[in-house]
Design a protein around this ligand. Structure first.
Ligand code: FAD
Length: 477
């Protein structure tokens, strides 16, 4: 476990009242929905950013908005920090608690409240998983577009808090582009509705503000999301290259030519080997880099778009072009890509970076990333959403070796700074959380951060919502 990132010191006045607080919380949620035993709290100590962990004061698992409101009203009254939590898959440590915090878990709120095809939307409770929405409407020819690779587990509430993306967001946009409304509990327990079933909210775009606010402006308890009609057909195609840089340049030229496939995913050689060993997807093993490009539409539309992409790929010396020949093969190609993080976890511990760069800098940043990794004597596997310039170097290390862990963290921070210096940003989709908090001043000036913190304070003057995250501890307003 690493200790390079500091948490806020626990509030003694909260720790000393633990027994009383637990007794009070017990009265606010149904029986069995308060977790207080030491061992039962262990699963809530960390999330997908496993290098850090803290045991929370307690965990509550409400089932209704009214119960969430009651818990918030109580915690606000007594100045008790609250860390919202969905499925705990955050890769930036967004859901890691602190010792004086009540974790407010939304995972018991799993009801699909309404499917409304006339208005092309669905309203669901915050704990519904991303994939469950598409599953609920798939037989009727619809789907919910943002598709994080964690979609089997992650919740729509977590997706909203992190403004999550996924492979198919190149064409369809990320969570904020597919969200119509939320029901949210404010820090003092007041319940508000933002947006609705229509596009664009009246007044200030508070919905846009809430999306990506990492659980610091309120607790989302319900979401209304857009449903899209499934395309006529879809075809993933594998493009193998002899160098990562050629693959990166090819992506920039495809997008630069005005061609927007549904997805363009990138894997370097280590990632290809790791994913192929896991999924047996038929990825070519004799190439240095692989692009998975998915086109969709009618057969004629797919053929035309593919032909244009193949022409560009040839200019970059593409070595292999292989179209999926069946639905089974297409599913395997995506299984390999979407299992990349899990498959990597089979061979080593890893931290997953999440910087975004302008597409014209993709090849340059890939080269510099490998120089940084070599300098630290580490290994990396690159697998990411290339079409959006959203890079995910997976830095391999041994979590039980503090020196190795420190090196991995330091290399990761250098890579994120590289992304910012190349004109990109610290996070494409995983959020700032605790992981990138101390790099925020590399991206923003103190004046920028003061403005953002003023907005946060307008919602939560005492900073009890997820307080250790997003903003550097020093220089807080
Ligand atoms: C294997 C793997 C693959 C992944 N692939 C992707 C990917 O392709 N794209 C991508 O964007 N992300 C990806 N992620 C990251 C992660 O899955 C997303 O950030 C996801 O949205 C988190 O959802 P969650 O329900 O697990 O939220 P949690 O991890 O529980 O929480 C995440 C944040 O949201 C806040 N939060 C949770 N619920 C609420 C709520 N109801 N109201 C207010 N705040 C709330 C928490 O406080 C925290 O700050 C991946 C993670 C893993 C482990």
């Amino acid at each position: 476990m690493s200790e390079a990132i500091a948490f806020l010191p626990p509030r003694p006045e909260v720790l000393s009242r633990r027994a009383e607080i637990l007794a009070d919380l017990k009265g606010l949620v149904p029986q069995g929905r308060l977790v207080e035993e030491r061992n039962a709290l262990v699963p809530f100590e960390t999330d997908g950013f496993i290098a850090y962990r803290r045991r929370p004061l307690a965990v509550v698992l409400p089932e209704t908005t009214a119960q969430v409101a009651a818990v918030m009203k109580y915690c606000h009254r007594y100045g008790i920090p609250v860390v919202p939590r969905g499925a705990g898959t955050s890769l930036s440590g967004g859901a890691i608690p602190q010792e004086d915090a009540v974790v407010l878990g939304l995972s018991a709120m799993t009801r699909i409240i309404e499917v409304d095809y006339a208005n092309r939307c669905a309203t669901v409770q915050a704990g519904v998983t991303n994939l469950a929405i598409s599953d609920a409407v798939g037989a009727d020819g619809y789907f919910y577009a943002p598709d994080p690779s964690s979609q089997l587990a992650c919740t729509i509430g977590g997706n909203i808090a992190m403004n999550s993306g996924g492979a198919h967001c190149l064409k369809y946009g990320v969570t904020t582009n597919n969200l119509l409304g939320v029901k949210m509990v404010l820090v003092d327990g007041t319940v508000v509705d933002l947006g609705g079933k229509h596009l664009d909210a009246e007044g200030y775009d508070l919905l846009g503000l809430v999306c990506g606010s990492e659980g610091q402006l309120g607790i989302v308890t319900e979401a209304t999301v857009r449903l899209l009609a499934k395309p006529e057909g879809a075809r993933p195609v594998l493009f193998g290259f002899d160098s990562a840089e050629e693959a990166g340049s090819c992506v920039a030229d495809v997008i630069g030519a005005g061609i927007i496939p549904v997805a363009i995913e990138f894997m370097d050689k280590p990632a290809i080997e790791i994913c192929e060993a896991f999924a047996k997807a038929g990825y070519p093993l004799d190439v240095e880099a692989l692009l998975i490009v998915e086109v969709e539409g009618s057969e004629a539309e797919m053929d035309a778009m593919l032909a244009a992409i193949v022409e560009i790929a040839k200019r970059h010396g593409v070595k292999t072009v292989r179209e999926s020949q069946s639905a089974t093969e297409a599913a395997l190609i995506w299984k390999g890509r979407k299992s990349a993080f899990g498959a990597t976890g089979r061979i080593a511990d890893y931290i997953c970076m999440d910087g975004t760069v302008p597409l014209s800098k993709l090849a340059y940043v890939l080269r510099k990333t490998s120089e940084i990794i070599d300098r630290y004597g580490l290994r990396v596997a690159n697998v990411f959403h290339a079409g959006d310039g959203n890079m995910h170097p997976l830095i391999l290390y041994n979590i039980n070796d503090p020196e190795d862990a420190a090196k991995a963290e330091a290399a990761g921070m250098e890579i994120l700074k590289l992304c910012v210096d190349a004109g990109g940003c610290l996070t494409g989709e995983h959020g700032v959380g605790i992981e990138k908090r101390d790099l925020m001043l590399h991206q923003f000036t103190q004046v920028d951060l003061d403005q953002q913190m003023a907005v946060r304070s307008a919602f939560d003057a005492d900073w009890i919502l997820n307080p250790s995250k997003v903003f550097p501890l020093e220089g807080r307003a």
